[in-house]
Design a protein around this ligand. Structure first.
Ligand code: NAI
Ligand code: MG
Length: 352
């Protein structure tokens, strides 16, 4: 029996509604497997926790999380209780940074039975690999002078180590998919970092002769995500470009409520963290309206991460079997509850 120890942080709002549902699904998946077990340990860290303790997580919070095989997170944020920058930086960002989760991975796929806002989505199925630790989102820079003399300087930092790491990861993912990597660049406008990015992409590609490659400028690529997303497989992008592309990816799927994500630690020193793209959705909390698919698809990414590819694939087909039947929550035009959609997915999982 293989036991996977998962640190579960439901967080705030609908995070507390969808995480328990996804845990039910994972238990059903494990039962199907027979020799696999998930053990969830609950951590109440959230905005409510902050009100009581003055911190989003205890001083030794990271040390508590470190021994786990993975972190399964819902969503964090309740602006009525705690300003967003405190809740975000006190928990999410801390975990991502300290646990060296240097890759952010977000798939976008057209699921049967779900209406994409695109007129002709043509069954797109892509994944964005985003460099998650440096690039444009650096703290290097500053502001000097004032009034009409004011200057703001924001530096982008691209290390060879970080850039190569993201690209190797993208090529490895592509090798398990259709074998194509597109690099998001802007070397016609950003004259230092992006030619460097292109050069490293070319160099890394030499180690993967079976993988097809191409490079697209980010502005054109963003437009192609809307006009012809089905042409892409794996896209590797810097922190900022990846951030923008993945929001388009979530949008063309039909609802932010179904979009999954993973923050990956690649050196094996710390657990990776799996969390859906959506936030705590205070506008629909407590009504059974939350779409559980984003959290459940995130669980599929966790299965893949543990090497349980067959189970992960089965889970995604089970999700799709349910959406295809029109068993949908309100964000997708349906009238089923969070729990009813989950029940249907569990049934589909058990069919094997
Ligand atoms: P949000 O993602 O929570 O909600 C945006 C819209 O999408 C809302 O209308 C909501 O009802 C809907 N929605 C989101 N998830 C859904 C689901 N599973 N099913 C059905 N509908 C869903 O983003 P918003 O409103 O900007 O942020 C709310 C709070 O969440 C803020 O405090 C924000 O900081 C936090 N947040 C946290 C994130 C995280 O933990 N990673 C990510 C994004 C926001
Ligand atoms: Mg974003």
């Amino acid at each position: 029996m293989k036991t996977l120890h998962i640190a579960s942080i439901p967080g705030d709002g609908i995070g507390k509604e969808v995480v328990p549902q996804a845990e039910r699904v994972l238990k059903a998946v494990a039962e199907l497997h027979g020799a696999l077990r998930f053990e969830f340990t609950q951590f109440p860290w959230s905005c409510e926790y902050y009100l009581e303790h003055g911190v989003m997580m205890p001083e030794d919070g990271l040390a508590q999380l470190k021994p786990f095989d993975a972190i399964f997170l819902g969503a964090v944020g309740n602006q009525h209780l705690v300003p967003d920058h405190i809740s975000l930086w006190g928990l999410l960002i801390k975990i991502r940074r300290e646990f060296e989760q240097v890759i952010n991975m977000r798939p976008a796929k057209q699921l049967a039975g779900i209406q994409s806002p695109l007129v002709n989505p043509k069954d797109f199925d892509l994944v964005v690999i985003r460099e998650n630790s440096e690039g444009e989102y650096s703290a290097s820079g500053g502001r000097i002078h004032s009034n009409e003399d004011e200057i703001a300087i924001q530096n982008a930092i691209f290390t060879r180590k970080g850039t190569e790491r993201a690209m190797h990861y993208a090529f490895e993912v592509a090798a398990k998919r259709s074998g194509r990597v597109t690099s998001a660049t802007k070397s016609n406008g950003i004259v230092h970092s992006m030619p460097f990015w292109d050069q490293v992409f070319h160099e890394v590609s030499q180690s993967y002769p079976a993988i097809k490659t191409d490079s697209q400028h980010i502005d054109a690529l963003a437009a192609f995500f809307v006009t012809k997303p089905a042409e892409f497989d794996v896209i590797v992008a810097s922190n900022l470009f990846g951030d923008i592309l993945t929001d388009i990816g979530a949008a063309i799927m039909g609802s932010i409520g179904i979009a999954p994500a993973a923050n990956i630690n690649v050196n094996g020193k710390y657990p990776s963290m799996f969390e859906p793209v959506h936030g705590s959705a205070p506008d629909i909390v407590g009504q059974g309206l939350a779409n559980p698919i984003g959290q459940i698809w995130t669980a599929k990414m966790m299965l893949d991460h543990f090497g349980e590819i067959e189970l992960g694939t089965h889970l995604l087909s089970s999700i799709e079997a349910v959406t295809k039947q029109g068993i949908l929550t309100a964000d997708l035009g349906g009238s089923y509850s969070t729990e009813a959609v989950t029940d249907a997915i569990i049934k589909a999982v058990q069919k094997g």
